[in-house]
Design a protein around this ligand. Structure first.
Ligand code: GDD
Ligand code: MN
Length: 413
């Protein structure tokens, strides 16, 4: 404690009379306490000032351990004079990206990581990253250095001036470049852009961009209506909410990936389709149900093919053939749904087998319900076609609702 120390110093350093010393040490002690208080206050203010970031940067990562140090360094350079924080949202990458970020965070308190386990998805990672930060402006960018971090100060400057909600790094306005893309990738991107205009304003030149800065309030206004499906968070943002986003596109040159590999695969196209469907009709029918239904229809074809292969040549009775075909179709449906409908929380390993068992159980109940409902309607003077179709719809809704809960562990679509 301070007072005894001061008294001790005073008593050793002077030969003042005892009473004086008492008074003196008391004054010194109180003086030094208030000095300490003041110092703590000042330090506290300084800390708080540092903590009050103006800009949060959210970077989704999957297997980007070789890029995070370089990106962090470049951001530090590009953002001199700006109070920023950086959050990586990593989906438990096997290359230990999260661990690499934690090491960086040991040297820089502005950096941190959110590590999600058993989850996948670029958009949902961005949403969760934004929600974990607090600055009035939030930027989203990739970890692979394809997005030019030197554009960030200009984006911030534009938003600070007011009147706009979002500044987008764009490859398709004057001065922008798509970089070293092959013709096929460029065509796909152009096609995806054209299709997106069903849900985003046509004036937006680069809705596929994953590089932008948004005012927090504008984000929070629409966060509850985001689909957070797949790769295209910007399309999602533009197609959600009641107020249109006031935007500007700033040109930049899309660079080559620094290290590692792109995560863009053919499933991304399915996710994109689901996002568009969700934006168009999701209010009435969940996109996952559409996905489930489409795969279910493919399952019917599988069923008929198996039945034809077994029953027609007389290998099995109709009843056995029908039962085997139903089982094969269920297995087919389970794996394809796991791959596409529930890509963001795909079951693997032991959970895969448990999931298959619960899915087959759920669908068996669905099949019984299907036959029961159809039979009931048919015996009540309904035509055989509507009776059968309603039976199928009832079973599909049951299968979807129950398996989304028991098999893939979701509470809602
Ligand atoms: N957390 C998380 N989860 N991050 C992911 C996931 C995921 O499932 N999949 C990809 N990412 C991260 C990557 O690690 C990278 O930082 C960023 O998201 C973009 O992924 P890339 O694999 O580099 O995608 P790309 O280069 O094909 O796509 C880019 O170009 C598009 C424009 O055509 C991205 O910038 C897109 O956002 C952009 O729309
Ligand atoms: Mn990339």
């Amino acid at each position: 404690m301070t007072p005894p120390q001061t008294a001790e110093l005073a008593s050793t350093s002077t030969d003042w009379p005892a009473t004086d010393m008492m008074v003196d040490s008391a004054t010194t002690a109180s003086a030094s306490i208030s000095a300490v208080d003041r110092a703590v206050d000042i330090a506290g203010d300084a800390d708080r000032a540092v903590l009050a970031r103006e800009l949060s940067i959210v970077v989704p990562t999957f297997n980007e351990s070789a890029n995070v140090a370089e990106l962090t360094r470049r951001l530090g350079e590009a953002l001199r004079g700006i109070a920023w924080e950086l959050v990586y949202v990593d989906d438990d990458s096997p290359d230990h990206t999260a661990e690499a970020v934690r090491q960086l965070a040991q040297n820089d308190a502005r950096v941190r990581v959110i590590q999600r386990i058993g989850r996948r998805g670029l958009s949902s990672a961005c949403v969760e990253g934004v929600l974990a930060t607090s600055a009035p402006f939030v930027a989203v960018m990739d970890a692979d250095l394809q997005h030019d971090e030197r554009l960030l100060p200009a984006m911030l400057q534009t938003l600070r001036r007011g009147g706009l909600d979002i500044a987008i790094g764009s490859r398709y306005v004057d001065g922008g470049q798509i970089g070293e893309w092959d013709e096929q990738r460029a065509t796909i991107s152009r096609l995806a852009t054209r299709v997106s205009h069903a849900v985003v304003p046509a004036a937006l030149k680069d809705p596929m961009s994953g590089f932008f800065m948004i005012r927090r309030e504008a984000f929070m206004d629409r966060v509850h209506s985001l689909s957070a499906l797949g790769f295209k968070i910007l399309v999602d943002l533009f197609a959600s909410g009641t107020q249109p986003l006031r935007f500007i596109e700033l040109p930049y040159a899309f660079r080559a990936r620094h290290a590692g590999q792109s995560k863009l695969d053919s499933h991304v196209a399915w996710d994109y389709g689901m996002l568009l469907i969700d934006k168009l009709i999701g209010r009435w029918i969940p996109a996952r149900f559409v996905s489930f239904g489409l795969i279910g229809s493919a399952g019917v074809i599988v069923h008929m093919a198996v039945l034809a292969a077994l029953f027609k040549p007389g290998l099995v009775s109709f009843q056995l053939g029908q039962a085997l075909a139903a089982a094969v179709a269920m297995v087919f449906n389970f794996f394809v749904n796991n791959l596409l409908t529930y890509r963001d929380q795909r079951l693997r390993g032991a959970r895969l087998l448990r999931g298959l068992a619960s899915f087959m159980l759920v669908c068996s109940v669905g099949a019984v319900a299907n036959v029961g409902v159809a039979q009931f309607l048919f015996s009540h003077e309904q035509g055989w076609v509507p009776a059968a179709l309603i039976g199928i719809v009832v079973a599909a809704v049951w299968n979807f609702a129950t398996s989304s809960f028991y098999t893939w562990g979701r509470r809602s679509g």
